[in-house]
Design a protein around this ligand. Structure first.
Ligand SMILES: C[C@H](O)[C@H](O)[C@H]1CNC2=NC(N)=NC(=O)C2=N1
Length: 125
């Protein structure tokens, strides 16, 4: 939970990535438990010994899944923080983790929340 100078809670969707260096701290298990309630539908998985955040999004067809995929890709480029994205007919699976630290950084939780915002807005269209 991040609180600004005036004591206001800053939601993950309102934050942007910090430039993270190798050796930056990983998000601890306790911090993960504190952040995950803001990320319904996401789970922490482990792949190749590295923790990652993963969520699956459903769509009516391939074309709508493709549009969302490109929006996530644009977001990643804008923040210079990139996910793994699997695009299938009617489904997109997104995984966020930080290569530099081989695990989960706060940036990954921010980007997962930003990804959810993209999904909500593309569903509203
Ligand atoms: C050189 C470039 O800035 C780095 O490789 C960035 C690019 N995007 C990245 N994305 C992710 N998920 N983790 C990284 O460590 C990372 N590093």
């Amino acid at each position: 939970m991040k609180v600004n100078g005036r004591g206001k809670v800053v939601k993950l969707t309102e934050q942007s990535c910090e430039a993270c260096q190798a050796g930056a701290p990983k998000v601890s298990a306790d911090e993960q438990q504190a952040l995950l309630p803001e990320l319904p539908g996401w789970e922490v998985i482990e792949l190749g010994g590295e923790q990652q955040l993963q969520r699956e999004y459903r769509f009516r067809n391939f074309a709508e899944a493709q549009v969302f995929t490109n929006q996530v890709a644009d977001l990643a480029e804008s923040e210079n923080h990139h996910p793994a994205i699997l695009l299938e007919w009617g489904r997109v699976t997104v995984r966020w983790w930080t290569h530099k630290i081989g695990g989960l950084h706060r940036n990954d939780f921010i980007m997962a929340a930003r990804t959810d915002s993209l999904f909500e807005s593309c569903q509203a269209d």
